[in-house]
Design a protein around this ligand. Structure first.
Ligand code: CU
Length: 147
């Protein structure tokens, strides 16, 4: 009886230590930022497995969704509604690409590198190269900034 209580307490202590070390990054969806018009700010981040990203609709008219060709193996696809805050938990190591669908043509994108980012690095590079105009330019710069 006493032993199981102690084991339970140790498990609880470990669970608390785990959540305390996770980071939440806040990313704003903006009409204007330091990188230009229609941006996620910041547009890149280096994070670790278990961290979260909170996408905040600072300006109206934006959404956030996964770039499905830029998603680590086993990670969940995200598709947020226009003007809605979205909290994403990064459960797998790799490169996570996100876009704002209405402003894909402006290159409104965000890339997170989780862990060493190698699990889908080749696929992410290929997805950036295949993206249209401004999206290709910004995604390529974002991947370069995370190396
Ligand atoms: Cu947008």
């Amino acid at each position: 009886m006493l032993k199981s209580v102690l084991v339970g307490a140790a498990a609880l202590a470990l669970a608390c230590a785990g959540s305390a070390s996770a980071t939440e990054l806040q990313v704003k969806m903006q009409n204007q930022g330091t990188q230009g018009m229609m941006v996620f700010e910041p547009s890149t981040a280096k994070l670790k497995v278990g961290d979260t990203v909170r996408f905040i609709p600072t300006d109206p008219g934006h959404n956030v969704e996964s770039i499905k060709e830029m998603l680590p193996p086993g990670a969940e696809l995200v598709k947020g509604a226009i003007g809605k805050e979205v909290l994403v938990k990064l459960t797998k190591p790799g490169l996570y690409g996100f876009k704002c669908m209405p402003h894909w043509g402006f290159g409104m994108t965000f890339v997170a590198k989780v862990g060493d980012g190698k699990s889908n690095a080749a696929a992410a590079e290929a997805a950036a190269a295949a993206a249209p105009g401004a999206a290709k330019k910004r995604l390529t710069a974002e991947l370069a900034a995370l190396k």
